[in-house]
Design a protein. Structure first.
Length: 149
């Protein structure tokens, strides 16, 4: 793997690790995050038990989504990316940027409409990493036949 491709690979691997870390934190959580409390103006202990169950279930689904996305991205990097499959570059980019944009957008929406300060910067960093990774990855060489050509 040439140097540019190694750096692109590393950028995408870091983005996957960032998503995985959020996924694990959310999956292991037993209550909502401090910025969730800020957003609704109530502490976890003050919520009705049924509401706690519902919110915790949604937090865990989000965590699972981040973790599964990170695992899929890692698998794409380890197998088709390293093999040089041309579609892998695009797939990793679209998946990573999509998650980053929607995550940043949701966090900024909460920040704009409440007093909460969710960590939108992490989503932006993930988006920057996958974008840099995309542009550093080699494009399809001319001698390689493209499946849609």
């Amino acid at each position: 793997m040439e140097f540019r491709n190694k750096v692109g690979f590393a950028c995408n691997a870091l983005a996957a690790a960032l998503a995985a870390s959020f996924g694990v934190v959310y999956l292991l959580s037993t209550q909502f995050m401090p910025y969730h409390a800020q957003a609704i103006g109530r502490d976890w202990q003050d919520l009705d038990a049924n509401l706690q169950v519902l919110l915790l279930a949604m937090i865990k689904v989000i965590g699972a989504g981040y973790l599964v996305g990170a695992v899929v991205m890692t698998m794409l990097l380890i197998i088709p990316w390293r093999r040089g499959d041309p579609w892998a570059r695009w797939t990793v980019f679209v998946q990573g940027l999509g998650v980053s944009l929607y995550s940043a957008g949701a966090a900024l929406f909460v920040e704009r409409h409440t007093i909460a300060r969710p960590p939108w910067e992490a989503a932006v960093i993930g988006g920057v990493l996958v974008t840099v990774g995309f542009f550093l990855a080699p494009k399809v060489p001319k001698e390689v036949s493209h499946p849609f050509a």
